[in-house]
Write a protein that binds this ligand. Sequence first.
Ligand code: 13P
Length: 259
Amino acid sequence: MHGNNNKQPLVIANWKMKLLPEQAFDLAKKVKKSSAKYTGAEVVLCPAFTEISAIANIIKGSELKLGAQDCFWEEHGAFTGEISPKQLLAYDVHTVIIGHSERREHVQESGDMIHKKIRLLLSLGMRPVLCIGESFDERAEGQKEVVLLQQIHAALDGLWLTDSNQLVVAYEPVWVIGSGQDIDPHEIEHTHQVIKQALGDIFTSAVVDEHVKIIYGGSVDPENVGHYMRQNSVSGVLVGTVSLDATQFSAVVAGAIKF
Ligand code: 13P
């Protein structure tokens, strides 16, 4: 039995910057074909911004949802190269990944930037997917929980969740992303409990139960997904590499439903 508000497992596909337009369209069409079998899971596809509009059309009429990999922290204005959450909303995008470790590393996305993005998304009634995770060295030095708590507090302190707000926190250990490595499901459960406690300190545990999902990401595949989803505090998965193959991705969704 699941320990939080999660009724349906949440499966988010993060296609990163890995597909050219035709490849993304082809993948979306294949995923759409399989999606009739996804009853029982909420499945969100996050293509690159350049494909959002076309994929919104491709998945029309299915239960699939569209998400984005990032957005800016202002609604409108002179911000060359940035994308407003309001522009995303126009394509029915409600779910936005924020603070992925690749952005923290490659474009120096800071806790303050992440905080401002989440604040704006919540104010627009959109659903941020806050990514947190420790590096290999931080874990080796016994700093995992310290790092996670810092990331959570930097992102969320001073915010609150109204009745219309939903928040997702994705725990993605940086050293597992793209590695093909399985990790001990009990370690994931323990870490999710720590995260849940920290979120409860910020929002109250009643609000967390009602409005927050904690999901896991990092080399999720059809074999390990069931082990992860079976954990009490794991409400879904954030999938990178495997989400680029429609057959494998469908197997992950099926595994997440059946666990
Ligand atoms: P992989 O599934 O390739 O490890 O990527 C995970 C990830 O970063 C999803 O956001």
